[in-house]
Design a protein around this ligand. Structure first.
Ligand SMILES: *Cc1c(COP(=O)(O)O)cnc(C)c1O
Length: 401
């Protein structure tokens, strides 16, 4: 359910895709059909890889069919095993990519201000079985890369980044794409730049890049020569065409989202108990996510009640990463008490509300969302009472949670 934006065209919802120049896309699609080269490292996939590598300043980019498979391949190519430390506050794909190959994800806590993996928490979780760390650039903000690199270096661990949120993001001087051994992007339909489904692994390591290329194509070294156990992680040409077209409009998408973010900030500034996650605007930020934190005591309305009110108003806000990977299966069964070590993850995931943004959200739409939130907070206790009396959970009812 997570990440898969339901198609309710008449509603405002989180994760509605950005679409670039239609004519340009259709030209490319026609060209693909003319070439009759639909997949297997075609013309457009090669171009997509070149554009990304150049943009983020990485030596190699390997495009894949999606971000999850990209993570799985990167993890396997790095020969991670045993235990790998990941934040609990991430999309479950980060943990699954490990568990899928029987590597144990060990969940670290986050910095409550940024929602990023806390290096001190990582330090406490290292055991003789630990082989790596996966940092996640949550909401597109770069992790504390220096601290994580120092820990990885000191303890002989491999460092990988899930940069699914961070395409075009980074510090003021460096974009995500060249930190650690490798970084993984997602170009899923809901991300800032999309290739329908898609992902990419970027790295400066020649040997690693070569191995990843083999692994994403069944391990084929040549027509009849298989050198490695591989999978099928290839990106197809239509996806690459969509991705290239999407990248061409990326700066428009970011500018639009930046406008929305500032409108939200202004519209919600005076609302008690509703705080927007503040981006460091000195950094490269893609503003793909507008993150509100609801302090139920201050606002007089719980995050989940506010979510119900928004859904009733056809505003499909979302609770991302709720209730944290450690509370999802199979991890909940493996580590039933993990929450005790993850106080910030527990608190943040109970308060985060992702508000709709992106190309389809107009300034008037943003103002409407802010208006509903202002009204809901104004009448918080009354709404809570009525909803409780009616026994209604709109959000839950609709998504079939
Ligand atoms: C979207 C996402 C993924 C998975 O990418 P897909 O392309 O959907 O497979 C992994 N990690 C994070 C943090 C994500 O947001």
């Amino acid at each position: 359910m997570f990440g898969a934006a339901p198609a309710f065209p008449d509603k405002l919802h989180v994760g509605r895709p950005n679409i670039g120049d239609r004519e340009r896309l259709l030209e490319r699609v026609n060209d693909i059909l003319d070439r009759r080269w639909l997949t297997n490292n075609g013309h457009y996939v090669q171009e997509f890889e070149r554009v990304i590598a150049q943009m983020v300043g990485a030596k190699h980019c390997i495009a894949t069919c999606n971000g999850e498979i990209a993570l799985e391949i990167a993890i396997r190519a790095l020969e991670l095993k045993g235990e790998v430390i990941v934040p609990a506050f991430t999309f479950v794909a980060t943990a699954h990519a490990l568990q899928w190959q029987e590597i144990t994800p060990v969940f670290a806590d986050i910095d409550p201000r940024t929602h990023l993996i806390n290096p001190e928490s990582v330090l406490r979780l290292i055991t003789p079985r630990t082989t790596g760390i996966i940092g996640v650039h949550v909401w597109g903000q770069p992790c504390d890369v220096d601290a994580l690199s120092a820990i990885a270096g000191e303890h002989g661990l491999k460092l990988l980044f899930d940069a699914a949120h961070a395409f075009g993001c980074g510090t003021s001087t460096r974009l995500a794409g060249t930190w650690g051994e490798a970084e993984v992007f997602s170009f899923h339909a809901t991300k800032l730049v999309n290739s329908l489904e898609g992902g990419a692994i970027v790295t400066n390591n020649d040997a690693l890049a070569k191995k990843i290329r083999l692994m994403k194509n069944f391990g084929f070294l040549g027509f009849d020569n298989v050198g490695y156990v591989g999978t099928n992680g290839k990106m197809n040409e239509f996806s690459a065409a969509m991705g290239l077209t999407s990248i061409e409009s990326m700066h428009e998408f970011i500018e639009h989202n930046r406008g929305n973010y500032h409108s939200y900030r202004d519209g919600l500034a005076a609302v008690p108990g509703i705080a927007l996650l503040e981006y460091d605007e000195e950094q490269h930020v893609n503003y793909q996510y507008v993150i509100a934190e609801v302090d139920g005591e201050m606002s007089g309305i719980d995050r989940d009640v506010l979510l119900d009110v928004l859904w009733a108003e056809n505003i499909l806000a979302r609770r991302y990463f709720y209730p944290g990977c450690h509370r999802m299966q199979p991890y909940r069964s493996y580590f039933p008490n993990a929450g005790l070590l993850l106080p910030e993850t527990e608190r943040v995931s109970s308060r985060v509300l992702v508000l709709p943004t992106g190309q389809t959200m107009t300034p008037a739409d943003v103002e409407r969302v802010c208006g509903v939130i202002r009204t809901a907070v104004e009448h918080g206790s009354d709404i809570t009472r009525r909803l409780e009396r009616a026994g209604k959970r709109l959000h839950g009812d609709i998504v079939g949670r």
